[in-house]
Design a protein around this ligand. Sequence first.
Ligand code: AMP
Ligand code: ZN
Length: 459
Amino acid sequence: MFKLYNTLTKQRETFQPRDPGPVGMYTCGPTVYGAAHLGNLRTYLFADLLRRTLEFNGYVVKQVMNITDVGHLTDDADQGQDKIEESAKQAGQSAKTIARQYEQIFFDNLEKLNVKTPTKTLRATDTIDLQIALVKKLEAKKVVYRTSDGIYFDTSKFHRYGQLGGQKLSDKKAGARVVVNQEKRHPSDFAVWKFSRPGEQRQMEWASPWGVGFPGWHLECSAMSMKELGPQFEIHTGGVDHIPVHHENEIAQSETATGKSPFVRYWLHGEFLVLPKRRMGKSEGNMITLQDVTDRGIDPLAFRFLCLQTHYRQKLQFSWAALESAAEGYRNLWQHVADLGPDAKIGCAEYEQRFREAINDDLNAPQALAVLHELLKSDYPGHAKRQSVKIMDQVFGLRLDEAQPEKIAVPEVVHKLLAQREQARQAKDFARADSLRQAIAKHGFTVDDTPLGPRLRKA
Ligand code: AMP
Ligand code: ZN
Protein backbone atom coordinates (compact mmCIF):
# COMPACT_ATOMS: atom_id res chain seq x y z
CA MET A 1 0.00 0.00 0.00
CA PHE A 2 1.45 3.32 -1.10
CA LYS A 3 -0.19 6.18 0.77
CA LEU A 4 0.09 9.87 0.06
CA TYR A 5 -1.51 12.86 1.75
CA ASN A 6 -3.73 14.65 -0.74
CA THR A 7 -4.28 18.38 -0.08
CA LEU A 8 -7.44 18.24 -2.20
CA THR A 9 -9.24 15.68 -0.02
CA LYS A 10 -7.24 16.43 3.14
CA GLN A 11 -6.72 12.72 3.57
CA ARG A 12 -4.07 10.10 3.24
CA GLU A 13 -5.06 8.08 0.23
CA THR A 14 -3.81 4.93 -1.39
CA PHE A 15 -2.14 5.96 -4.62
CA GLN A 16 -3.98 4.40 -7.52
CA PRO A 17 -3.33 5.87 -10.96
CA ARG A 18 -6.26 5.89 -13.34
CA ASP A 19 -4.36 4.61 -16.36
CA PRO A 20 -1.73 1.90 -16.68
CA GLY A 21 0.63 4.24 -18.60
CA PRO A 22 3.26 6.61 -17.18
CA VAL A 23 2.22 8.61 -14.13
CA GLY A 24 1.86 12.30 -15.03
CA MET A 25 3.46 14.56 -12.44
CA TYR A 26 3.69 18.33 -12.69
CA THR A 27 6.09 20.31 -10.53
CA CYS A 28 5.76 24.08 -10.31
CA GLY A 29 9.17 25.35 -11.30
CA PRO A 30 11.25 28.34 -10.25
CA THR A 31 10.87 32.00 -11.08
CA VAL A 32 14.31 32.66 -12.50
CA TYR A 33 14.97 36.23 -11.32
CA GLY A 34 17.56 35.23 -8.73
CA ALA A 35 19.27 32.16 -7.35
CA ALA A 36 16.97 29.70 -5.64
CA HIS A 37 17.24 29.73 -1.84
CA LEU A 38 17.40 26.67 0.37
CA GLY A 39 13.64 26.85 0.96
CA ASN A 40 12.94 26.63 -2.78
CA LEU A 41 15.43 23.79 -3.05
CA ARG A 42 13.76 21.90 -0.21
CA THR A 43 10.56 21.91 -2.27
CA TYR A 44 12.37 20.42 -5.30
CA LEU A 45 14.02 17.83 -3.08
CA PHE A 46 10.55 16.87 -1.85
CA ALA A 47 9.28 16.51 -5.45
CA ASP A 48 12.34 14.40 -6.23
CA LEU A 49 11.66 12.16 -3.22
CA LEU A 50 8.12 11.68 -4.47
CA ARG A 51 9.28 10.86 -7.97
CA ARG A 52 11.91 8.42 -6.74
CA THR A 53 9.39 6.71 -4.47
CA LEU A 54 6.95 6.31 -7.37
CA GLU A 55 9.74 4.79 -9.44
CA PHE A 56 10.75 2.58 -6.52
CA ASN A 57 7.17 1.26 -6.59
CA GLY A 58 7.55 0.36 -10.25
CA TYR A 59 5.81 3.34 -11.86
CA VAL A 60 7.20 5.12 -14.88
CA VAL A 61 6.94 8.84 -14.16
CA LYS A 62 6.58 11.63 -16.69
CA GLN A 63 7.59 14.70 -14.71
CA VAL A 64 6.96 18.09 -16.25
CA MET A 65 8.26 21.37 -14.85
CA ASN A 66 7.91 24.97 -15.92
CA ILE A 67 10.46 27.75 -15.82
CA THR A 68 8.76 31.04 -15.00
CA ASP A 69 10.65 33.61 -17.06
CA VAL A 70 7.86 36.17 -17.37
CA GLY A 71 4.69 37.31 -15.65
CA HIS A 72 5.37 36.58 -11.97
CA LEU A 73 4.70 39.90 -10.29
CA THR A 74 6.15 41.12 -7.02
CA ASP A 75 2.79 40.71 -5.36
CA ASP A 76 0.53 37.75 -5.75
CA ALA A 77 -2.58 39.89 -6.28
CA ASP A 78 -1.46 40.65 -9.84
CA GLN A 79 0.00 44.03 -8.98
CA GLY A 80 3.55 45.27 -8.72
CA GLN A 81 6.49 44.73 -11.02
CA ASP A 82 7.48 41.74 -13.10
CA LYS A 83 10.18 40.05 -11.00
CA ILE A 84 12.38 39.24 -14.00
CA GLU A 85 12.16 42.71 -15.52
CA GLU A 86 12.93 44.24 -12.10
CA SER A 87 15.96 42.04 -11.58
CA ALA A 88 17.17 42.78 -15.12
CA LYS A 89 16.83 46.51 -14.56
CA GLN A 90 18.85 46.31 -11.35
CA ALA A 91 21.58 44.26 -13.00
CA GLY A 92 21.58 46.44 -16.11
CA GLN A 93 21.04 43.40 -18.31
CA SER A 94 18.32 42.09 -20.56
CA ALA A 95 15.46 40.12 -19.09
CA LYS A 96 16.41 37.19 -21.25
CA THR A 97 20.01 37.20 -20.04
CA ILE A 98 18.89 37.28 -16.41
CA ALA A 99 16.35 34.50 -16.92
CA ARG A 100 18.79 32.20 -18.71
CA GLN A 101 21.54 32.87 -16.20
CA TYR A 102 19.41 31.90 -13.19
CA GLU A 103 17.83 29.00 -15.04
CA GLN A 104 21.35 27.63 -15.55
CA ILE A 105 22.20 28.11 -11.87
CA PHE A 106 18.97 26.39 -10.92
CA PHE A 107 19.73 23.27 -12.98
CA ASP A 108 23.27 23.30 -11.68
CA ASN A 109 21.85 23.32 -8.12
CA LEU A 110 19.58 20.39 -8.92
CA GLU A 111 22.51 18.42 -10.27
CA LYS A 112 24.60 19.10 -7.17
CA LEU A 113 21.69 17.93 -5.04
CA ASN A 114 21.27 14.79 -7.17
CA VAL A 115 17.70 15.78 -8.08
CA LYS A 116 16.55 13.93 -11.19
CA THR A 117 16.02 16.17 -14.19
CA PRO A 118 12.32 16.48 -15.10
CA THR A 119 11.30 14.48 -18.16
CA LYS A 120 10.25 17.73 -19.78
CA THR A 121 10.88 21.38 -18.92
CA LEU A 122 9.08 24.26 -20.60
CA ARG A 123 9.63 28.00 -20.41
CA ALA A 124 6.71 30.36 -20.02
CA THR A 125 8.04 32.58 -22.81
CA ASP A 126 8.10 29.61 -25.21
CA THR A 127 4.42 28.83 -24.71
CA ILE A 128 2.72 32.20 -25.14
CA ASP A 129 0.54 30.89 -28.00
CA LEU A 130 -0.76 28.09 -25.83
CA GLN A 131 -1.55 30.53 -23.06
CA ILE A 132 -3.40 32.88 -25.38
CA ALA A 133 -5.41 29.90 -26.69
CA LEU A 134 -6.36 29.05 -23.12
CA VAL A 135 -7.59 32.59 -22.41
CA LYS A 136 -9.68 32.39 -25.60
CA LYS A 137 -11.33 29.25 -24.27
CA LEU A 138 -12.11 30.97 -21.00
CA GLU A 139 -13.50 33.93 -22.88
CA ALA A 140 -15.76 31.66 -24.91
CA LYS A 141 -17.08 30.26 -21.61
CA LYS A 142 -17.79 33.82 -20.42
CA VAL A 143 -15.81 33.53 -17.20
CA VAL A 144 -13.40 36.40 -17.80
CA TYR A 145 -13.88 40.17 -17.78
CA ARG A 146 -11.82 43.15 -18.78
CA THR A 147 -10.41 45.85 -16.50
CA SER A 148 -8.12 48.73 -17.38
CA ASP A 149 -5.02 46.65 -16.61
CA GLY A 150 -5.92 43.21 -17.86
CA ILE A 151 -8.27 40.30 -18.39
CA TYR A 152 -9.45 38.68 -15.14
CA PHE A 153 -10.99 35.35 -14.25
CA ASP A 154 -14.26 35.73 -12.34
CA THR A 155 -13.84 33.24 -9.50
CA SER A 156 -17.53 33.41 -8.58
CA LYS A 157 -18.25 31.60 -11.85
CA PHE A 158 -16.36 28.53 -10.64
CA HIS A 159 -18.36 26.94 -7.86
CA ARG A 160 -15.52 24.70 -6.63
CA TYR A 161 -13.32 27.75 -6.03
CA GLY A 162 -11.63 27.45 -2.63
CA GLN A 163 -11.88 23.66 -2.43
CA LEU A 164 -8.12 23.11 -2.37
CA GLY A 165 -7.30 25.73 0.24
CA GLY A 166 -10.47 25.04 2.20
CA GLN A 167 -11.66 28.64 2.12
CA LYS A 168 -14.77 30.33 0.85
CA LEU A 169 -14.87 33.15 -1.65
CA SER A 170 -16.11 35.53 1.03
CA ASP A 171 -13.19 34.66 3.36
CA LYS A 172 -10.66 35.90 0.91
CA LYS A 173 -9.69 39.40 1.79
CA ALA A 174 -6.95 41.26 0.09
CA GLY A 175 -4.14 41.62 2.64
CA ALA A 176 -2.99 44.96 3.99
CA ARG A 177 0.20 44.87 1.94
CA VAL A 178 -1.69 44.28 -1.25
CA VAL A 179 -2.61 47.16 -3.49
CA VAL A 180 -6.28 46.48 -4.08
CA ASN A 181 -7.39 46.65 -7.66
CA GLN A 182 -10.76 48.44 -7.39
CA GLU A 183 -11.90 47.08 -10.73
CA LYS A 184 -11.77 43.47 -9.63
CA ARG A 185 -15.20 42.01 -8.92
CA HIS A 186 -13.95 39.77 -6.10
CA PRO A 187 -10.65 39.88 -4.20
CA SER A 188 -9.87 36.32 -5.37
CA ASP A 189 -10.28 37.11 -9.08
CA PHE A 190 -6.97 36.84 -10.88
CA ALA A 191 -5.37 38.06 -14.09
CA VAL A 192 -5.02 35.69 -17.03
CA TRP A 193 -3.63 38.43 -19.27
CA LYS A 194 -2.03 41.70 -18.20
CA PHE A 195 -1.64 44.75 -20.43
CA SER A 196 1.67 46.53 -20.76
CA ARG A 197 1.20 49.85 -18.95
CA PRO A 198 0.75 52.88 -21.18
CA GLY A 199 4.12 54.59 -21.54
CA GLU A 200 5.98 51.60 -20.06
CA GLN A 201 8.57 49.92 -22.25
CA ARG A 202 8.55 46.26 -21.30
CA GLN A 203 11.22 43.94 -22.66
CA MET A 204 8.85 41.02 -22.76
CA GLU A 205 5.43 41.63 -24.27
CA TRP A 206 3.27 40.04 -26.93
CA ALA A 207 0.31 40.97 -29.10
CA SER A 208 -2.98 39.29 -28.15
CA PRO A 209 -6.66 39.66 -29.10
CA TRP A 210 -7.05 41.82 -25.93
CA GLY A 211 -4.05 44.06 -26.33
CA VAL A 212 -0.27 44.00 -25.98
CA GLY A 213 0.86 42.46 -22.75
CA PHE A 214 1.90 39.25 -21.06
CA PRO A 215 0.22 36.22 -19.48
CA GLY A 216 -0.85 36.09 -15.83
CA TRP A 217 1.48 33.93 -13.76
CA HIS A 218 -0.98 31.13 -12.95
CA LEU A 219 -1.87 30.57 -16.57
CA GLU A 220 1.43 29.08 -17.67
CA CYS A 221 1.17 26.07 -15.36
CA SER A 222 -2.30 25.16 -16.65
CA ALA A 223 -1.22 25.57 -20.27
CA MET A 224 2.02 23.60 -19.97
CA SER A 225 0.78 20.80 -17.76
CA MET A 226 -2.22 20.12 -19.99
CA LYS A 227 -0.10 20.28 -23.12
CA GLU A 228 2.24 17.59 -21.84
CA LEU A 229 0.02 15.53 -19.55
CA GLY A 230 -3.49 15.97 -20.94
CA PRO A 231 -6.59 17.63 -19.44
CA GLN A 232 -6.50 15.36 -16.41
CA PHE A 233 -3.46 13.89 -14.76
CA GLU A 234 -2.33 12.31 -11.52
CA ILE A 235 0.03 14.44 -9.45
CA HIS A 236 0.83 18.12 -8.94
CA THR A 237 3.46 19.43 -6.50
CA GLY A 238 4.58 22.73 -5.05
CA GLY A 239 5.26 24.47 -1.76
CA VAL A 240 2.43 25.11 0.73
CA ASP A 241 2.29 28.80 -0.22
CA HIS A 242 0.91 27.74 -3.60
CA ILE A 243 -2.23 26.15 -2.15
CA PRO A 244 -4.53 29.16 -1.63
CA VAL A 245 -3.73 31.23 -4.72
CA HIS A 246 -1.60 29.69 -7.44
CA HIS A 247 -2.99 26.15 -7.35
CA GLU A 248 -6.54 27.20 -6.59
CA ASN A 249 -6.39 29.39 -9.69
CA GLU A 250 -4.84 26.66 -11.81
CA ILE A 251 -7.75 24.37 -10.94
CA ALA A 252 -10.34 27.06 -11.67
CA GLN A 253 -9.01 27.97 -15.11
CA SER A 254 -8.13 24.40 -16.17
CA GLU A 255 -11.41 22.80 -15.16
CA THR A 256 -13.41 25.65 -16.63
CA ALA A 257 -11.53 25.45 -19.94
CA THR A 258 -11.82 21.67 -20.34
CA GLY A 259 -15.10 21.05 -18.52
CA LYS A 260 -13.35 18.11 -16.86
CA SER A 261 -12.90 17.50 -13.16
CA PRO A 262 -10.69 16.79 -11.41
CA PHE A 263 -7.88 18.49 -13.27
CA VAL A 264 -5.40 16.74 -10.95
CA ARG A 265 -6.15 13.80 -8.67
CA TYR A 266 -3.39 14.11 -6.08
CA TRP A 267 -2.14 17.50 -4.92
CA LEU A 268 0.98 17.32 -2.78
CA HIS A 269 2.61 20.24 -1.00
CA GLY A 270 5.93 20.58 0.78
CA GLU A 271 6.12 22.56 4.02
CA PHE A 272 8.47 25.50 4.34
CA LEU A 273 12.06 25.69 5.37
CA VAL A 274 12.16 28.42 7.99
CA LEU A 275 14.68 30.43 9.90
CA PRO A 276 14.05 31.09 13.61
CA LYS A 277 10.67 32.89 13.66
CA ARG A 278 10.49 33.52 9.93
CA ARG A 279 10.17 31.80 6.59
CA MET A 280 13.06 32.04 4.22
CA GLY A 281 12.23 34.12 1.19
CA LYS A 282 13.79 36.18 -1.52
CA SER A 283 11.46 39.00 -0.52
CA GLU A 284 12.28 38.54 3.19
CA GLY A 285 15.88 39.36 2.41
CA ASN A 286 17.15 36.40 4.42
CA MET A 287 17.89 33.91 1.73
CA ILE A 288 20.70 31.39 1.81
CA THR A 289 21.69 29.75 -1.45
CA LEU A 290 23.47 26.51 -2.29
CA GLN A 291 26.50 28.62 -3.17
CA ASP A 292 26.62 29.81 0.45
CA VAL A 293 26.61 26.17 1.52
CA THR A 294 29.50 25.15 -0.72
CA ASP A 295 31.40 28.34 0.18
CA ARG A 296 31.45 27.00 3.73
CA GLY A 297 32.95 23.76 2.47
CA ILE A 298 29.74 21.81 3.06
CA ASP A 299 28.76 19.08 0.61
CA PRO A 300 25.41 19.92 -1.08
CA LEU A 301 24.30 16.36 -0.37
CA ALA A 302 24.54 17.17 3.34
CA PHE A 303 21.64 19.56 2.69
CA ARG A 304 19.77 16.72 1.00
CA PHE A 305 20.49 14.57 4.06
CA LEU A 306 19.22 17.35 6.34
CA CYS A 307 15.97 17.60 4.36
CA LEU A 308 15.42 13.84 4.55
CA GLN A 309 15.57 14.05 8.34
CA THR A 310 12.34 16.06 8.49
CA HIS A 311 9.04 14.83 7.04
CA TYR A 312 8.05 16.92 4.04
CA ARG A 313 4.84 18.08 5.72
CA GLN A 314 6.71 19.43 8.74
CA LYS A 315 8.44 22.78 8.88
CA LEU A 316 12.19 22.46 8.68
CA GLN A 317 13.96 24.82 11.08
CA PHE A 318 17.15 25.75 9.33
CA SER A 319 20.37 26.75 11.11
CA TRP A 320 23.99 26.47 10.14
CA ALA A 321 24.56 24.33 13.22
CA ALA A 322 21.87 21.90 12.04
CA LEU A 323 23.43 21.75 8.58
CA GLU A 324 26.95 21.24 10.01
CA SER A 325 25.70 18.38 12.11
CA ALA A 326 23.88 16.87 9.11
CA ALA A 327 27.16 17.14 7.20
CA GLU A 328 28.93 15.21 9.92
CA GLY A 329 26.18 12.60 10.00
CA TYR A 330 26.39 12.27 6.23
CA ARG A 331 30.18 11.86 6.30
CA ASN A 332 29.87 9.12 8.92
CA LEU A 333 27.17 7.37 6.95
CA TRP A 334 29.28 7.56 3.81
CA GLN A 335 32.33 6.19 5.60
CA HIS A 336 30.31 3.41 7.17
CA VAL A 337 28.98 2.36 3.77
CA ALA A 338 32.45 2.60 2.23
CA ASP A 339 33.70 0.14 4.84
CA LEU A 340 31.04 -2.46 3.97
CA GLY A 341 32.95 -3.84 1.04
CA PRO A 342 31.42 -4.94 -2.28
CA ASP A 343 27.73 -5.77 -2.52
CA ALA A 344 26.16 -9.21 -2.61
CA LYS A 345 23.29 -10.29 -4.80
CA ILE A 346 21.09 -10.78 -1.77
CA GLY A 347 20.36 -8.03 0.71
CA CYS A 348 18.56 -7.98 4.03
CA ALA A 349 14.91 -8.57 3.13
CA GLU A 350 13.63 -7.72 6.59
CA TYR A 351 15.12 -4.22 6.51
CA GLU A 352 14.20 -3.62 2.90
CA GLN A 353 10.60 -4.43 3.77
CA ARG A 354 10.59 -2.05 6.72
CA PHE A 355 12.18 0.62 4.54
CA ARG A 356 9.44 0.16 1.93
CA GLU A 357 6.72 0.45 4.55
CA ALA A 358 8.24 3.68 5.88
CA ILE A 359 8.69 5.40 2.55
CA ASN A 360 5.29 4.25 1.27
CA ASP A 361 3.72 5.78 4.35
CA ASP A 362 3.37 9.26 2.85
CA LEU A 363 7.12 9.48 2.13
CA ASN A 364 8.26 9.05 5.72
CA ALA A 365 11.94 9.62 4.99
CA PRO A 366 12.98 10.21 8.64
CA GLN A 367 11.59 6.76 9.49
CA ALA A 368 13.24 5.25 6.40
CA LEU A 369 16.58 6.74 7.52
CA ALA A 370 16.10 5.20 10.94
CA VAL A 371 15.66 1.81 9.25
CA LEU A 372 18.89 2.40 7.30
CA HIS A 373 20.77 3.18 10.51
CA GLU A 374 19.39 0.08 12.20
CA LEU A 375 20.43 -1.99 9.22
CA LEU A 376 23.98 -0.67 9.48
CA LYS A 377 24.09 -1.51 13.18
CA SER A 378 22.66 -5.02 12.62
CA ASP A 379 24.59 -8.29 12.56
CA TYR A 380 24.11 -8.91 8.85
CA PRO A 381 27.30 -9.35 6.85
CA GLY A 382 28.70 -6.21 5.21
CA HIS A 383 28.08 -7.29 1.63
CA ALA A 384 24.39 -7.98 2.32
CA LYS A 385 24.02 -4.64 4.07
CA ARG A 386 25.62 -2.94 1.11
CA GLN A 387 23.13 -4.49 -1.27
CA SER A 388 20.22 -3.18 0.83
CA VAL A 389 21.83 0.27 1.10
CA LYS A 390 22.01 0.35 -2.68
CA ILE A 391 18.30 -0.37 -2.94
CA MET A 392 17.33 2.19 -0.32
CA ASP A 393 19.51 4.83 -1.92
CA GLN A 394 17.42 4.69 -5.08
CA VAL A 395 15.00 6.72 -2.96
CA PHE A 396 17.38 8.68 -0.71
CA GLY A 397 19.54 9.78 -3.64
CA LEU A 398 22.57 10.28 -1.38
CA ARG A 399 24.99 8.70 -3.86
CA LEU A 400 25.87 6.08 -1.25
CA ASP A 401 26.68 3.59 -3.95
CA GLU A 402 29.73 5.69 -4.77
CA ALA A 403 31.09 5.27 -1.24
CA GLN A 404 34.22 3.18 -1.65
CA PRO A 405 37.11 2.67 0.72
CA GLU A 406 39.35 5.66 0.12
CA LYS A 407 42.57 4.75 -1.56
CA ILE A 408 44.52 7.70 -0.28
CA ALA A 409 48.16 7.33 0.50
CA VAL A 410 48.67 8.51 4.06
CA PRO A 411 52.31 9.32 4.85
CA GLU A 412 53.82 7.52 7.82
CA VAL A 413 54.35 10.80 9.65
CA VAL A 414 50.61 11.51 9.52
CA HIS A 415 49.81 8.08 10.95
CA LYS A 416 52.19 8.83 13.81
CA LEU A 417 50.68 12.24 14.49
CA LEU A 418 47.22 10.70 14.46
CA ALA A 419 48.23 8.07 17.01
CA GLN A 420 49.77 10.76 19.23
CA ARG A 421 46.61 12.82 18.94
CA GLU A 422 44.50 9.86 20.04
CA GLN A 423 46.75 9.40 23.06
CA ALA A 424 46.45 13.07 23.92
CA ARG A 425 42.66 12.92 23.56
CA GLN A 426 42.43 9.92 25.80
CA ALA A 427 44.56 11.68 28.37
CA LYS A 428 42.15 14.61 28.00
CA ASP A 429 45.03 16.87 26.97
CA PHE A 430 42.90 18.74 24.46
CA ALA A 431 45.36 21.55 23.86
CA ARG A 432 47.96 19.05 22.69
CA ALA A 433 45.33 17.13 20.67
CA ASP A 434 44.40 20.35 18.95
CA SER A 435 47.96 21.31 18.09
CA LEU A 436 48.47 17.79 16.70
CA ARG A 437 45.37 18.24 14.58
CA GLN A 438 46.96 21.40 13.19
CA ALA A 439 50.19 19.53 12.54
CA ILE A 440 48.18 16.93 10.60
CA ALA A 441 46.45 19.70 8.65
CA LYS A 442 49.85 20.99 7.53
CA HIS A 443 50.30 17.66 5.73
CA GLY A 444 47.00 18.18 3.93
CA PHE A 445 44.74 15.96 6.05
CA THR A 446 41.67 16.61 8.19
CA VAL A 447 40.71 14.50 11.17
CA ASP A 448 37.03 13.67 11.77
CA ASP A 449 36.08 12.21 15.12
CA THR A 450 33.32 9.70 14.44
CA PRO A 451 31.56 7.20 16.70
CA LEU A 452 33.76 4.60 15.01
CA GLY A 453 36.98 6.42 15.89
CA PRO A 454 39.06 9.15 14.20
CA ARG A 455 39.16 9.24 10.43
CA LEU A 456 41.47 10.95 8.01
CA ARG A 457 40.30 12.87 5.00
CA LYS A 458 42.24 14.76 2.34
CA ALA A 459 41.73 18.39 3.24
P1 AMP B 1 9.43 30.57 -6.78
O1 AMP B 1 10.78 30.50 -7.44
O2 AMP B 1 9.25 31.76 -5.91
O3 AMP B 1 8.32 30.45 -7.80
O4 AMP B 1 9.32 29.31 -5.79
C1 AMP B 1 9.74 28.04 -6.15
C2 AMP B 1 9.19 27.00 -5.17
O5 AMP B 1 9.71 27.20 -3.86
C3 AMP B 1 7.68 27.02 -5.02
O6 AMP B 1 7.20 25.68 -5.08
C4 AMP B 1 7.44 27.60 -3.63
O7 AMP B 1 6.27 27.09 -3.07
C5 AMP B 1 8.66 27.11 -2.90
N1 AMP B 1 9.08 27.90 -1.72
C6 AMP B 1 9.18 29.25 -1.59
N2 AMP B 1 9.66 29.60 -0.37
C7 AMP B 1 9.89 28.42 0.30
C8 AMP B 1 10.40 28.10 1.61
N3 AMP B 1 10.79 29.03 2.49
N4 AMP B 1 10.47 26.78 1.93
C9 AMP B 1 10.10 25.82 1.06
N5 AMP B 1 9.63 26.07 -0.17
C10 AMP B 1 9.51 27.35 -0.56
ZN1 ZN C 1 2.82 26.61 -11.06
